[in-house]
Design a protein around this ligand. Structure first.
Ligand code: GRF
Length: 204
């Protein structure tokens, strides 16, 4: 299965994919794209010998144009699963139609709580005691697609986002890699009796 990864920032999730999934069980990262020319994720991809491209919004008249160019670039490389690994933009409906049920995202909260930007700050502001991470399919909403994996972590005394992210990051990396491998094995499907429920048959 050929993966395309979209990342806007540091790229620790991308790094986990490169280290733990790339080249394993026939899964290969074949393309990494960003909206940010300076994203550290691009450097990580280049170091691993993976082709990169930047699709900066100011180079395009509209979001749909930018997403079309990005979808084209990914499709040319044969991408079968698109992984949003810290990609901070909404994708156009047209992009999602091009990769139906083939775009997944990692989010640093237990959805449906705290969707959107600054999820950890939202959770801290709310005063929660349990934080967590979610891997989900991407639909047209904001972090609203069907959930593949989730795990919580109790941090009753947490007061700042760095502390929370330090606990959540390893969970994100583990669950994201697991989700990619499970999808590549054909072990992830929808429950025919429940439109939102995702069934994962292998727990490796
Ligand atoms: C992660 O916390 C992810 O949940 C969110 O953006 C962050 C990306 O981190 N969507 P990194 O760039 O993979 O280190």
């Amino acid at each position: 299965m050929k993966l395309g990864v979209l990342a806007s920032g540091t790229g620790t999730n991308l790094q986990a994919i490169l280290d733990r999934v790339h080249g394993r069980e026939g899964v290969e990262v074949v393309a990494v794209a960003s909206d940010q020319p300076s994203a550290k994720a691009l450097k990580r991809a280049r170091s691993a010998g993976v082709p990169t491209a930047v699709f900066a919004q100011d180079q395009y008249a509209a979001r749909a144009d930018r997403d079309r160019a990005m979808a084209e670039w990914l499709a040319e490389r044969g991408v079968e699963l698109v992984v949003l690994a810290g990609y901070m933009r909404l994708l156009s409906p047209e992009f999602l139609e091009r990769f139906p049920q083939r775009v997944i995202n990692v989010h640093p909260a237990l959805l449906p709580a705290f969707p959107g930007l600054d999820a950890v700050d939202q959770a801290l502001a709310y005063g929660v005691k349990v934080f967590g991470a979610t891997i989900h399919f991407v639909d047209e909403g904001v972090d609203s697609g069907a959930i593949i994996f989730q795990r919580g972590v109790e941090l009753a005394d947490a007061t700042n986002a760095d502390e929370v992210m330090a606990a959540i990051r390893p969970i994100e990396h583990e669950l994201l890699c697991r989700a990619i491998l499970a999808i590549s094995r054909g072990a992830v499907s929808g429950d025919p009796d429940h439109p939102r429920r995702v069934v994962v048959r292998d727990r490796a």
